[in-house]
Design a protein. Sequence first.
Length: 208
Amino acid sequence: MSDPYQIRKRQEELNSREWPIADIEARFNQLVQNGIPHKTLDRKTMLREKEAILDRVQRRAEDYCYLMRNCAKSSATALLEEFGLGSLDIIRGLGPFPGLAMSGGICGPVAGGLIALGLFFSPPDITKHDDAGAYLYARVFINRFEAAFGSLYCPDIQKRLLGKYYDPMSSMENLKAFNTSGARKQCVIAPGIGARIAAEIMLESLAK
């Protein structure tokens, strides 16, 4: 399988990363206190700084996942923060989405990325029911995520990152095994790459 987002390299980096948990928590608490900062996006600046934006979104999604232990919430938080979208109520609502309540369903960063793309590409007028832009960009996102990980589903991605599927919510024994597997460091890769892919698509749309 090709590795366009350097998953293997990222796994090695994360094994030795020192997580600045106090700084991550302080940044997240600023969002809690002040809300998502709404922005007027400057097209030229964002395209000029594209790589820096992608790196920042990926790193923050990883950081937030390490803090929150929730891949759906963390990917969305990094994207909404960077692009000035939505509100923290959206983040709250993503609470049960990792693996569809850890049932073996869609990986959480897929949900987080789709939420951000929906906010970015859907028209402000929600009565425009015939606008298909969000659908089209969402399909691009899904295709790229699946190409990166070989699947959209939590069990397959756990196997890719952890070597096996732990089904952590099925029993206390499985949960303990999951928590001692290195999952807290390794599972952050999926929201990081998922957020990066979504941000790529948003920035590519600005170049058209």
